[in-house]
Design a protein around this ligand. Structure first.
Ligand SMILES: Cc1ncc(COP(=O)(O)O)c(C=O)c1O
Length: 433
């Protein structure tokens, strides 16, 4: 099995029955990774079984990810069927993984870029500049110049100073005014930093008019990890009001950008994508005529459920607490690596045992095993580096493996190399049939 996996990893990429990805595959450079056509669990098992303590291969037990490109594609199909009018512009900041971005470029969606290097990454794949929105309301001057040189015209703003800067650097830009919405029900409240309050909208638009700038529409962001679908409808009402202010000043707005904040496929309770679509779709249709183009900037939605992390138990400490035995486990990716989402994105992550005492746990019944209160820690020397404080787990040994689902959004992209730990390897598969 080990050899088979090795062979797959060094062979030229093999791609599946996803027609658009197939077409694009023909242009792929040879150094791109293989995409397997195996279930995620099988990829994980083969990888784990390829690790042998007898071989002492360098770094063989490093933590790794399995990325399911097919899950990203399934999320795209779900979007098209539930929000057909709204064009997704993938927020690349959530996961700039080259294979994810390649797939989304190939299927023709747009991109929300926050910086020059994100714009460069997308342009380098042959994406037309019209398919990009530079959705960062405060931009570095030289990045605006770069956008101008590459005809990336759509960009957001939320303050008068930015308008003066854009007038100087890119007077023909197509500007989108980002308004403030109620993001109090979101895990990451972006309104603390960006978004013009409604009372400032008329004066900002007047400034744009005085500077002879081209404002083409309105955008908002209800906050990332939004927990209330009604926030989207409320924001659409605000956007309608802002549109009307623009029309009063003689602007002809024809773009509404409903931002990000959409839940990933992992979210089953509370706010689901279905619930958001059932509110947002009709709200947009009721308040905006069909000549208004409607786009969105989903990030988490596309990638959260597509990435699974697997970590290796590199240490165990037995703790006696109130006559109870508890365990502390140390694994080889953590809060300063891919699990930074716990700190920055307010995520709660859940461990699943893959092997126990070197035996395949996934082939055993888990119900009968005695479990102990356990905490799981990352590999650095810092005590903030804790992934789970009170998990109930069977006794694990050094060398066992733990899996973490839904690790695709705001994880790898913000991982540091603190304490000298490298970013986890990514193995690609495609489960789309
Ligand atoms: C401007 C902008 N658009 C889109 C997103 C993506 O948000 P989400 O991943 O919640 O969809 C973000 C996230 O920070 C953002 O800042």
């Amino acid at each position: 099995m080990h050899t088979e996996l090795q062979t797959l990893l060094v062979d030229p990429p093999c791609v599946n029955n996803m027609p658009l990805l197939k077409q694009q595959q023909q242009q792929l450079p040879l150094d791109l990774p293989v995409i397997h056509n195996l279930p995620i669990q099988q990829v994980i098992e083969e990888k784990i079984e390829s690790v042998s303590i007898l071989k002492w291969e360098s770094d063989q037990e490093n933590a790794f990810f399995v990325a399911d490109i097919g899950e990203v594609y399934r999320q795209h199909l779900r979007w098209k069927s539930l929000l057909p009018r709204i064009e997704p512009f993938f927020a690349i900041k959530s996961n700039p993984d080259p294979m994810v971005v390649r797939l989304l470029a190939a299927i023709g969606i747009g991109f929300d870029c926050a910086s020059k290097s994100e714009i460069q990454q997308v342009l380098s794949l042959g994406v037309e500049p019209e398919r990009i929105i530079y959705a960062n309301p405060c931009k570095q001057a030289s990045f605006i110049r770069y956008a101008s040189q590459h005809n990336v015209a759509k960009m957001t703003f939320d303050n008068a100073e930015e308008l003066h800067k854009i007038k100087m650097l890119y007077p023909n830009a197509e500007l989108v005014l980002r308004i403030l919405t109620d993001d109090s029900k979101s895990l990451c409240q972006l309104g603390l930093k960006f978004g013009a309050p409604l009372e400032e909208v008329p004066s900002l638009l007047q400034t744009a008019k005085d500077l002879d700038l081209n404002v083409i529409g309105i955008s908002f962001h209800v906050g990332s990890g939004c927990l209330d679908e009604n926030a989207f409808a409320d924001a659409v009402v605000r956007a309608r009001w802002a549109f009307d202010q623009g029309e009063k000043l003689g602007f002809k707005f024809d773009l509404l950008d409903v931002g990000g904040g959409f839940p990933g496929a992992d979210v089953q309770d509370g706010i689901t994508f279905e619930k958001v679509a059932a509110i947002l779709g009709p709200a947009v249709d009721t308040m905006f005529p069909s000549n208004v183009r409607v786009i969105a900037e989903p990030g988490r939605y596309y990638v959260a459920s597509a990435f699974t992390a697997c970590t290796h138990v590199i240490g165990r400490r037995t703790v006696k607490a109130e006559n109870q035995t508890q365990y502390m486990y140390y694994v080889n990716d953590g809060m300063y690596g891919s699990f930074n989402c716990i700190l920055f994105d307010h995520q709660v992550v859940y461990p699943t045992v893959l092997t126990q005492g070197g035996k395949k746990y996934y082939e055993k019944k888990q119900d009968n095993d005695e479990t102990f209160t356990s905490s799981i820690w990352g590999p650095t020397c810092d005590s903030i580096d804790c992934l789970a404080k009170e998990a109930k787990l069977p006794v694990l040994d050094d060398g066992d493996w733990i899996k973490w689902d839904n690790m695709g959004a705001y994880t790898i992209c913000a991982a540091s190399q603190f304490n000298g730990f490298r970013q986890s390897e990514i193995i690609y598969t495609n489960t789309f049939q």
